[in-house]
Design a protein around this ligand. Structure first.
Ligand SMILES: NC(=O)c1ccc[n+]([C@@H]2O[C@H](COP(=O)([O-])OP(=O)(O)OC[C@H]3O[C@@H](n4cnc5c(N)ncnc54)[C@H](OP(=O)(O)O)[C@@H]3O)[C@@H](O)[C@H]2O)c1
Length: 319
């Protein structure tokens, strides 16, 4: 008889059902992971809220893609991993008790890392940091102190950059300060935020600016903060239609513009492994940013993401 598992099914906009479904079996080259948890990504919010182009119901466990857990079973031909080993996986159906991934999408977690590890999300932060090419002594503005922005600004501070954090909520700014931002600037009045950055940089603005929100307003503000010859790293997903930019101003200042999104699986993997090392060494400590929800309260996790109550940054679900 086939084994079963519990999985969350996004049955329709704002409607999640818990289903008992057949547990997937690893085919050749695949690994079955018993999940300890899965992060809830900002990009999961659109399917939860509903958009015309989505077809419901989603497959069980979809769109969870920030899972971690232990190897349950290896498919034929897989070596380099052992059953019981703690891993993060780059998969797509991790709002469940188990998920499958190709062996090269299953990344070992160091023993010293004992807590939750939504590897995909942290790997993205490492890769954004790398693509932004932040170096010692750079003045760096991070626009948006959400999970991604906070992790990137922490890495920038570790690299010896001078970090200016810009965000909307006071609680996000307080977290930014705790994680090493030298200055925390509210964005409620974008003109005042820009003036503050000018003041703090003697009018030169910032060598590197990371946009980590994904809105037109954030892109506008981030664009205005880049120094002549500086770099704008766009980390936010701009998913809701075309954007406009002040091309003349980009041209005049001769800035580099980087779309800090990694599609190359090898780079994604390396980002997760690097993030795992940083967390294991205690250099990156995302623990205080997490709020855990049991799988049967995934809807509450989405609601928290939508309402962003004070102090809330990142939801994890545990099966
Ligand atoms: N490049 C990549 O590889 C990658 C990876 C993951 C995510 N992303 C994208 O990066 C962006 C941030 O992701 P995240 O995981 O950090 O999300 P998150 O934790 O939900 O943070 C969202 C950020 O957006 C701000 N924000 C939300 N609604 C806003 C509004 N109406 N006006 C102004 N600011 C608003 C929040 O500011 P406050 O906290 O101050 O309210 C916070 O800084 C998203 O676009 C996400 O899709 C990119």
């Amino acid at each position: 008889m086939a084994a079963h598992m519990r999985a969350a099914v996004l049955a329709g906009p704002r409607r999640i059902e818990l289903a008992e479904v057949e547990r997937p079996r690893p085919g050749p080259g695949e690994v079955l992971v018993r999940l300890h948890g899965c992060g809830v990504c900002g990009s999961n919010l659109a399917p939860w809220q509903g958009r015309a182009w989505f077809t419901y119901p989603f497959a069980p466990g979809v769109p969870g893609h920030e899972g971690w857990g232990v190897v349950e079973r290896l498919g034929a031909g897989v070596d380099g991993l052992v059953e019981g080993q703690r891993v993060a996986l780059l998969s797509g159906a991790a709002f469940a008790q188990y998920d499958l991934a190709a062996a090269d999408r299953v990344l070992p977690i160091p023993e010293a890392l004992t807590g939750p590890f939504p590897g995909e999300a942290l790997g993205c932060a490492v890769n954004v940091f790398r693509r932004a090419a932040i170096g010692q002594g750079d003045t760096v503005a991070v626009v948006g102190a959400g999970f991604l922005g906070l992790m990137v600004l922490r890495l920038a501070a570790l690299a010896g950059a001078r970090v200016l954090a810009l965000s909307r909520r006071e609680t996000s700014l307080a977290l930014a300060r705790r994680l090493g931002a030298d200055e925390a600037i509210p964005t409620g009045d974008p003109g005042a935020a820009e003036a503050r950055v000018r003041d703090l940089t003697g009018g030169r603005l910032c060598r590197v600016v990371v946009e980590a929100i994904g809105s037109q307003e954030a892109l506008d503000l981030a664009s205005r903060l880049v120094a002549e010859g500086g770099r704008l790293a766009i980390a936010g997903y701009h998913q809701d239609g075309p954007r406009t930019v002040d091309m003349q101003s980009w041209n005049w200042r001769g800035i580099d513009v980087v779309n800090a999104h990694e599609r190359d699986p090898a780079v994604q993997r390396e980002g997760v492994l690097a993030a795992a090392r940083l967390v294991a060494e205690g250099r990156l400590d995302p623990g205080p940013l997490y709020r855990s929800f049991p799988l049967d309260r995934l809807a509450d996790a989405f609601q928290a993401m939508e309402e962003r109550p004070d102090g809330f940054v990142k939801a994890l679900v545990t099966p």
